[in-house]
Structures are given as C-alpha cells and as structure tokens.
Design a protein around this ligand. Structure first.
Ligand SMILES: [Zn+2]
Length: 175
C-alpha cells in the first residue's frame, strides 16, 4: 500500500512538507542510534524527562496548528494526531477507553519504532518518547475544550519490547 500522508516538495528549496509543516524522512536506525546514544550519555530518567518536555511542546504545537488549519474540535484533533503518527510510521496508535471529561485515556500502540528497532527483550518500557507526545496532545485537548485540567501525565505501563502483545499508555488529567 502507499503512504496515507501527502508529501509536497518545494521545487526551489527541496523542503518536504506534510499538513503544511516541514518534515524529514530519515532511516529508522539513524534515529534510534541517536536515541540510544543520548540515553546512554544522560541516563534514562534524565533523557526521559527532557524528551517528555520537548515531545509535549511539539505535540501541543502540532495539534494547535492542525485544529486551526482544519477547523477541528479538540477531541477530533487528538484522534487526528494519533492517526497521523500511525500514518507517518511511528507505530499503530489506537485510542481506547477515553473519558476526556473524567480526565482519563488509554492508548494502545502496536509495532512502535522503538520496539521494532530492538533486537533483545527489554527490562523496562522503551517507548517513553510517546508519553510526551500524548501529554502534549491531551494538554491541547483539555485547554481547547475548557475541561479545567492543567496537569496531564502519561506513562507507558506495558511495552511490546518486554514481550507483551502491544504497548499500553495510561494518561490522566487533573485540575
Ligand atoms: Zn513500547
């Protein structure tokens, strides 16, 4: 099958864009190599914290931009965000058990890039990059819908890299 995302290439600059944003197309091994190198240098917890912050900021920006460009509601833009992450090859994202009014959501991911790029079974969940993505998307959703939640958290509670059937993320929003 062909990719679900459309890619535009600027004839003058060579810059690729999708959904109106400049994009990069890079080998998975290259990105995972950088990921592992930085994790080893900083330590897992420190790197996880930093990635969560930058991932959340990036996801928030993307959702805000897409909501405005496509006139999407906060819930729909979050669903669109998960769909686009899937379309761009990060993994197959599925929203489960979402109760945004009560501040809870569970996201299932199959075939995450962080799982497929590993050769050995992991002792801890390895897809923590996506925790920040989900936090940013839900922060935008909560803000745009006026849900009154200011604190959003997300944790990968099981990972396919540990031998589970799929990765599962649990998110919570509190006032
Ligand atoms: Zn995982």
């Amino acid at each position: 099958m062909r990719p679900a995302v459309e890619i535009e290439v600027d004839g003058e600059t060579g810059v690729w864009t999708t959904d109106g944003l400049p994009m990069l197309y890079i080998p998975r091994h290259f990105m995972l190599g950088i990921h592992d190198t930085v994790e080893q240098a900083l330590g897992r917890e420190r790197y996880k914290d930093l990635l969560s912050q930058s991932g959340a900021a990036s996801a928030y920006f993307w959702c805000k931009q897409q909501a405005e460009a496509r006139q999407l509601d906060g819930v729909d833009v979050f669903r669109h965000y998960l769909s686009r992450l899937s379309d761009r090859g990060w993994g197959q994202f599925h929203l489960e058990n979402a109760s945004f009014e009560h501040g809870t959501a569970t996201i299932r991911i199959e075939n995450s890039v962080y799982v497929l790029g590993r050769k050995t079974e992991a002792e801890q969940p390895v897809c923590y990059m996506f925790e920040g993505f989900i936090v940013g998307g839900l922060t935008y959703l909560a803000e745009s819908k006026g849900l009154g939640f200011t604190s959003v958290t997300c944790r990968e509670v099981q990972c396919q890299a540990q031998g589970h059937e799929f990765c599962r993320f649990e998110a919570g929003m509190t006032p």
